[in-house]
Every structure is written in structure tokens, then in C-alpha cells.
Ligand binder design. Structure first.
Ligand SMILES: [Zn+2]
Length: 275
């Protein structure tokens, strides 16, 4: 059973890739750039959708600041390169998304999607390192290349005919499926599973608001579905950063003998036995 469990993530990944190949190109929704809230604030166009990105920047700064000097601690060291890419990409999302929402079009959307794909790559690589005894070094650079390629593929196919979102959707969907499976396999600490579980729920909630941009704006009158999507995505990244910071702080305070560290060490020991 343990052997089968270990192959489930790879099996699902291959199935998803095969299903996407059979399905054929997935195009962007029609009228994608027509957002509900186009109000201007002091000359700033689409102000709510632009300004609601500030949270991404703040979460990233908070993460780097709170984790400074702690990234060599045993509970976070292996996963840090991936999580650092995630934090960097979250800050870049603030810039890319603001740039896009100032004047929404496909050329600018490239700069919104690129950091989002990179954030997914970093998160995947970090969680992979958290849940595998001997994480392979090539995973992070490979995921970064795949993330960039997924957005470039959409952009290039968009200039030829219809932009194909399949690789980008794969890289966005991967953390939602693979991270819980890896954590299940590794029997990760409950705190880690909870943090990712809450972040995934917030992500789905964000997607729901995104798809109901106009209906939410009509109902509320002061906030659109897309603005709320930004805020919920900020909250999801904040939950993850909080879990990394908590882990490092407990590790630091207990000098390696804390409960969370002990749980991580048990996880690693279990993985070692499975090997
Ligand atoms: Zn947006």
C-alpha cells in the first residue's frame, strides 16, 4: 500500500497531462478583460483592482523580514529555496497584476500570469522538499522553467491563433492536488496540512468570486468579485507565510527540540524508513 501511495501523485500528474492533450487547446474566457469595477480614483484607472494588489507586496515583505536569519533552521532549510521563489513571485505578482489592471489587455496579462506561475512553481518545490527525504536538486529549476514556458506558450499561441492556457492551468492546478497528496504520503505535521488546506480553500473561494465579478459588484456596489479575488488570494498567501514563520520561530525558540521540529523530524524519519 505504501508503495502504491507513493506513485499516486506521479500517476495523477501524468493523467492530467494526458487528459489535457486529448482535450485540445483551452482558450481564455470571452470578455476576460471586461472587469466589473472600472471606477477611477484620483486619475488612477480601475483603482480597486489595482490597489488590492498591495497586499501581495506586504505579505512578501513580511515573509522575507520575519524569516531573515532563520532559513538555515532544520525545519525550513530544505524547503527554503522553493519558498523563497514563492515569496519573490508574490511580490512580483503585486507589480505584474497592478500593471495589467491599469490597462487590461493580453500583452499586459503576460506580466500578471508570469509571477503567478512562478509562485506555483516555488510553492510546489518547497512543499516537495518538505515531504521528500532526498529532494532532487533539479526539481526547483525545472519547475521554474516549466512555469515560464507555460505562460510563454500561452502568449505565443495567442499571437498565432487562440492562446492555449493548458500548461498554465496545469501549473496552477498542480499545487492544489500534489501538495495535499505529498503531505498525506509523508504524514506531514498537522500544522502544515492545515495551513495548505486553508490556503487551498481560500484559493477556490477566490476563483468563485473571480468568476462572479459582475454579479458581486452589482450586489455589493462597492467591491467587485475580482477585487475580492485579489484580497482572498492575498489571504491565502498570508496563511502560508504565517505557517512558515511559525515553524521557524518554534524551531528557533526550542533550539531544535520543539514540537513542530520534532514532528518534521518524525516525518523525515518515516520517509527514511519507506525508502
Ligand atoms: Zn486580477
Amino acid at each position: 500500500m505504501e508503495q502504491i501511495k507513493r506513485w499516486i501523485p506521479a500517476g495523477i500528474t501524468l493523467l492530467a497531462i494526458a487528459a489535457m492533450m486529448v482535450h485540445g487547446p483551452i482558450a481564455q474566457l470571452a470578455h476576460y478583460h471586461e472587469f466589473a469595477d472600472s471606477r477611477t480614483l484620483d486619475g488612477l484607472p480601475n483603482a480597486a483592482d489595482v490597489l488590492s494588489n498591495i497586499g501581495f507586496f506586504l505579505v512578501s515583505i513580511w515573509g522575507f523580514w520575519a524569516l531573515r536569519g532563520k532559513t538555515n533552521l532544520p525545519s525550513i532549510a530544505a524547503a527554503w529555496p522553493g519558498y523563497a521563489v514563492f515569496l519573490g513571485a508574490v511580490a512580483m505578482t503585486a507589480i505584474g497584476s497592478s500593471f495589467y489592471h491599469l490597462m487590461p489587455n493580453n500583452d499586459r496579462l503576460l506580466w500578471d500570469r508570469l509571477p503567478i506561475a512562478l509562485a506555483c512553481a516555488g510553492l510546489l518545490a518547497g512543499a516537495y522538499a518538505d515531504t521528500h527525504m532526498y529532494p532532487r536538486r533539479w526539481v526547483l529549476p525545472t519547475l521554474i522553467i516549466a512555469a515560464v514556458a507555460s505562460v510563454v506558450w500561452w502568449s505565443i499561441t495567442d499571437t498565432i491563433a487562440v492562446g492555449d492556457l493548458r500548461p498554465y492551468l496545469l501549473i496552477q492546478g498542480a499545487p492544489l492536488v500534489l501538495i495535499p497528496l505529498w503531505q498525506w504520503n509523508a504524514r506531514s505535521p498537522r500544522t502544515d496540512r492545515m495551513a495548505f488546506g486553508v490556503a487551498i480553500l481560500l484559493y477556490f473561494l477566490a476563483k468563485t468570486f473571480e468568476l462572479n465579478d459582475h454579479a458581486v459588484f452589482d450586489a455589493l456596489g462597492f467591491l467587485s468579485g475580482h477585487t475580492i479575488k485579489h484580497l482572498l488570494a492575498v489571504a491565502a498567501s498570508a496563511v502560508l507565510v504565517a505557517s512558515f514563520v511559525r515553524r521557524a520561530n518554534v524551531d528557533e525558540r526550542s533550539a531544535g527540540f520543539g514540537r513542530i521540529t520534532a514532528e518534521h523530524q518524525q516525518t523525515k524519519a518515516r520517509l527514511l524508513r519507506q525508502h
